[in-house]
Ligand binder design. Sequence first.
Ligand code: TUI
Length: 319
Amino acid sequence: MKSKMMDLLGIKYPIFQGGMAWIADGDLAGAVSKAGGLGIIGGGNAPKEIVQKNIRRVKELTDNPFGVNIMLLSPFVDDIVDLVIEEGVKVVTTGAGNPAKYMERFKKAGMIVIPVIPSVALAYRMEKIGVDAVVAEGMEAGGHIGKLTTMALVPQVVKAVKIPVIAAGGIGDGAGVAASFCLGAKAVQVGTRFVVAKESNAHVNYKQKIIKARDIDTVISASHFGHAVRSIKNKLTRAFDEAEKAAFKQDNPDLEIFEEMGAGRLPASVIDGDVENGSVMAGQIAGLISKEETVEEILKDLYEGAREIIAKETKLWLW
Ligand code: TUI
């Protein structure tokens, strides 16, 4: 099993680790790249110095390729764009917006640009401005999400563009990887399963929330008055539900509270372990994730699991 993406990026496994804000630091991204996947540092809302420290950490751990995710709503987005160019980062992914205004500089620097997109229209626009690939992320994903499921989004994006498509959202085992390739993806991006990796510095309470989660334990908050965010049900999501119900009843609701649902509440859970009042972003696949493992074990399980299923594919038709 070899895909175009593996050649383009020089990676052993066609598996990206999602660039999760506060979670995807230099230790996690470095471990994933070292083991042969594409590790991606989550820029999130972090200032330049923090992201720089994480880039230097990955470079300490491995010479293999890695990426930085630029969250386009960050107040520091312009600084982070300068930084990835200065540091010679080979791959950038972008989230929560349209990276068009930075494209010329990325391309001049010889970088590989891979925006995360939630719709066909945006995938098509991205192809037109010269991006190298797109991550089609379904609403099963954790964090800020669009409206379509991975199952519906990926094949429609694959049909609409000629560039490679990476599937994301709800992928947590070999079957998910195999299914993504069946839908036409050339690689996958996995987030939630890497949160509980041994090399992940997420607080033990955050990891436990994912390990204990059932299939129905994630909810979408702020979808009507802010940016829709998927996270594990807790005191915070219940407070947002109430605020949303109240806002519906008012002519002129105060919408500031919904801005907070974004990255604002993340460090409380990821760093301090307050998983009731903090935001525990995770995908719908959390119910499938039952233990902490090393990054290498996770990558091997995803890849070998997919290979096994694809090898047996002809037999599946005999059922
Ligand atoms: O970006 C993510 N996931 C995230 S970002 C984040 S921090 C944050 N949280 C709440 C609000 C704002 C930021 C936590 N999780 N995934 C990639 C992704 N991108 N999902 C959806 C999109 C997206 C949405 C709209 C990409 C482009 C887009 O374009 C709108 C436009 O400008 O046309």
